[in-house]
Design a protein around this ligand. Structure first.
Ligand SMILES: Nc1nc2c(ncn2[C@@H]2O[C@H](COP(=O)(O)OP(=O)(O)OP(=O)(O)O)[C@@H](O)[C@H]2O)c(=O)[nH]1
Ligand SMILES: [Mg+2]
Length: 520
């Protein structure tokens, strides 16, 4: 069992890409040129982690750490939409924490069925049927499907138990689990018998709670001695910590008080991710169990130190795991502490939810223009979810598709903002994130832009002589109305085609646009 327990893996996930939309023209005998009938591409499958009580280890992901969801299928003529790629569901144990490469917590799957979209599938591209509008009756282009998310995440399993038993190797932690619950962990008289936590269920009257031992902790664990501190991730989520102290040890330099201090010191060195509703390890309930009281010398020692420990405000139990002494009192005391801790946690959780889900991208409708200074002068970077997406959807080998992209950008007001930021025809404009942007030599297409340039190439913003005539204003007004209507229609078409999921748009790290970072 020990060798097949895996509690930390690096997982590489890739969602499916959306299928490309298709540009096709309806054909019938004697009616060679019908309307556009190209279907939409299907959505790419997402990769979704789901907490599943049937799963107890991350072993599967240790063996095959690369997981990919299928792509959406491309659309076809005759209004045929491509099939969606199926979501890839990856079951993980309850208590799995998902972190990014930097160690930031992305999600904490603590309850059965809780899920997290770790990589979102790409949207399918619209076909020319869906792109048709009164102004663009027969589009000779379609939109590309978007690439799916691709990322590396760290999965960490943190045992979910109410009570954690901590202490030196061979203190009797596993023995206690075996006598307090039905679990039958390995027990032996050599140190580090336990390599991974053993979980048991304890029944105290009508109450039930879970208890886990953890591998033995030794001084210097924080510097990597023994098994190190790594496994303390399994006590992070336990609300009651029990110090199991070996009163029968003959090792020189060991006694209950200094053992306790040594373990506390190691605990204090551990940096936990989970504060259990705002309660760090240092503030959690502690109980002391003085074990091996069946050995006469051990009992004497236990009775001697008990008052000192109690003077520190600790609740102390003298027990023998082997002789089953003192277990009943201990069980009921644990049940009481668990009850209190659960109540406390519940009210804490009511205030601050423990489940961290990745915050939704704040505003995916807007954009901003950033002026970046380079050796070759100013370049203008357009940052925003929608422009970035539109660029990904554009087939740059198709002039009409490029024109459509320009239209979309204008409607969003990109050209206006570029003018305001000081861009002039020929300026370098980048769209998308730093590591993967598309570069344009800017050719303004907007009427307003051309107007702003004025006659003889002077910028009328500096002169402010031209006041729009009534006719021009009307023209502009209708232009805007048209643009707004078209934007609405487009959105409706995308939604109707099912290209929008109700899942959060996940920020995309590196959109791939093959070979299109040229001068389009
Ligand atoms: N006499 C006596 N021996 C005990 C008692 N409890 C445990 N032991 C013995 O102590 C040794 C270690 O017990 P374990 O339960 O494996 O100890 P552990 O704390 O889980 O040890 P690690 O997993 O190595 O950290 C075994 O030989 C047990 O039989 C007790 O109450 N009395
Ligand atoms: Mg053990």
């Amino acid at each position: 069992m020990a060798t097949t327990f895996v509690d930390r893996v690096v997982l590489h996930v890739a969602a499916g890409s959306g299928g490309h939309g298709v540009a096709s023209v309806h054909r019938e005998k004697f009616k060679p040129l019908g309307g556009p009938d190209g279907g939409n591409g299907g959505k790419g499958g997402s990769v979704i982690l789901v907490a599943d009580p049937q799963i107890t280890t991350l072993l599967d992901y240790h063996h095959s750490p690369h997981r990919k969801a299928p792509n959406g299928k491309p659309g076809a003529g005759d209004e045929k939409n491509g099939a969606d790629g199926e979501d890839l569901i990856l079951p993980v144990p309850e208590g799995t924490m998902v972190k990014d490469a930097r160690g930031d917590v992305l999600a904490d799957l603590v309850g059965p069925g809780q899920q997290y979209v770790v990589a979102a599938g790409g949207r399918g591209g619209l076909g020319n049927k869906a792109l048709a509008s009164p102004r663009r009756k027969a589009p000779g282009f379609a939109l590309l499907g978007e690439p799916g998310d691709e990322r590396d995440v760290v999965l960490e399993l943190k045992t979910l138990a109410d009570v954690a038993l901590i202490g030196f190797p061979s203190a009797g932690k596993s023995s206690l689990v075996s006598v307090l619950s039905a679990a039958k962990p390995k027990i032996a008289d050599y140190p580090f018998t336990t390599l991974v936590p053993n979980l048991g269920v304890v029944t105290a009257g009508a109450e039930r709670f879970t208890i886990a031992d953890v591998p033995g902790l030794i001084p210097g664990a924080s510097q990597g001695k023994g098994l190190g501190l790594e496994f303390l991730r399994h006590v992070e989520r336990c609300s009651v910590l029990v110090h199991v102290i070996d009163c029968a040890t003959l090792e020189p330099g060991r006694d209950p008080m200094s053992d306790l201090d040594a373990i506390e010191h190691e605990l204090s060195e551990y940096v936990a991710d989970d504060t259990l509703g705002g309660k760090p390890l240092s503030e959690r309930t502690r109980i002391v169990v003085l074990n091996k009281a069946d050995v006469p010398e051990a009992l004497d020692l236990a009775e001697m130190v008990k008052p000192d420990l109690e003077a520190r405000g600790l609740e102390v139990f003298i027990v023998s795991a082997v002789a089953h002494r003192g277990l009943r009192e201990l069980t009921f005391a644990l049940a009481r502490h668990v009850r209190e801790a659960r109540a406390e946690l519940e009210s804490a959780v009511a205030i601050a939810p423990r489940i961290v889900l990745r915050p939704k991208a704040v505003d995916d409708s807007g954009f901003s223009v950033r002026v970046e200074k380079t050796a070759d002068g100013d370049v203008f970077r357009i940052v925003g979810e929608r422009p970035t997406r539109w660029v990904r959807q554009t087939d740059f080998s198709n002039d009409e598709a490029v024109g459509y992209l320009a239209d979309r950008l204008n409607r969003l007001g990109v050209e206006d903002e570029l003018f305001k930021a000081g861009a002039v025809p020929g300026s370098t404009v980048l769209i998308g994130p730093e590591d993967n942007s598309v570069v344009f030599d800017w050719e303004p297409t907007l009427q307003a832009g051309a107007e702003l340039l004025g006659r003889r190439g002077t910028d009328i913003r500096l002169e402010d002589t031209h006041r729009p005539t009534r006719a021009e204003k009307r023209e502009q007004f209708h232009g805007r109305k048209d643009a707004q209507r078209e934007a609405r229609e487009e959105l409706a078409a995308e939604r109707k085609a099912g290209l929008w999921t109700d899942r959060d748009p996940v920020e995309v790290d590196a959109p791939q646009i093959d070979g299109n970072d040229g001068e389009h």
